[in-house]
Design a protein around this ligand. Structure first.
Ligand code: NAG
Length: 159
């Protein structure tokens, strides 16, 4: 519970201090939503290592190279998107990872669950399922259950 609030607060605080890289992108996914996607992915663990299974996923949001590339290859200040390691450096940084998620959602935003609105529930679908076929059922997955648990602690998302 406290960790969840801490994760959500982290993004709220980062939003205050981080320059907005792309103004239009930044307004798509609310801070609280970003916090819950992070929470559901890894408990928002900022130091979690990249996964070594069949999918190479990095950072607190468990982002793949393809997701990062689709999002627009955000990089740390003065880094080169074509540099080996630029992907990992970005998605392991709270601000750059957040911009990556927002870039991805801005590109693929759609009503995944068919409820007539595009909101954080849809971003949770997109985060796991990607931009093509995001209507697949994921309600019972640990990620989505974690997302719902977080969402229910955050007033702006549970209303
Ligand atoms: C983050 O993940 C690392 C590696 O799995 C682990 O050692 C560490 O305890 C985790 N941190 C938190 C706050 O859970």
């Amino acid at each position: 519970m406290l960790l969840k609030i801490a994760a959500v607060c982290l993004f709220a605080i980062l939003a205050l201090f981080s320059p907005v890289v792309q103004g239009q992108v930044a307004s798509v996914v609310p801070e609280d939503c970003l916090g819950c996607l992070c929470q559901a992915s890894t408990g928002c663990n900022m130091t979690i290592p990249c996964t070594s299974g069949h999918q190479y996923l990095c950072g607190p949001f468990l982002i793949s190279w393809a997701y990062w590339a689709d999002a627009g290859k955000f990089v740390l200040a003065n880094d080169d998107p074509e540099r080996k390691g630029a992907f990992e450096a970005c998605v392991q940084d709270a601000v750059c990872a957040g911009e990556t998620v927002r870039g991805y959602m801005a590109k693929f935003a759609q009503d995944c669950n068919g409820d007539g609105a595009i909101n954080c529930d849809d971003y949770a679908h997109l985060h796991i399922l990607g931009g093509f076929g995001c209507n697949a059922p994921i309600a019972q997955t640990p990620f989505y259950q974690g997302y719902l648990a977080c969402r229910n602690t955050v007033q702006s998302l549970s209303g």
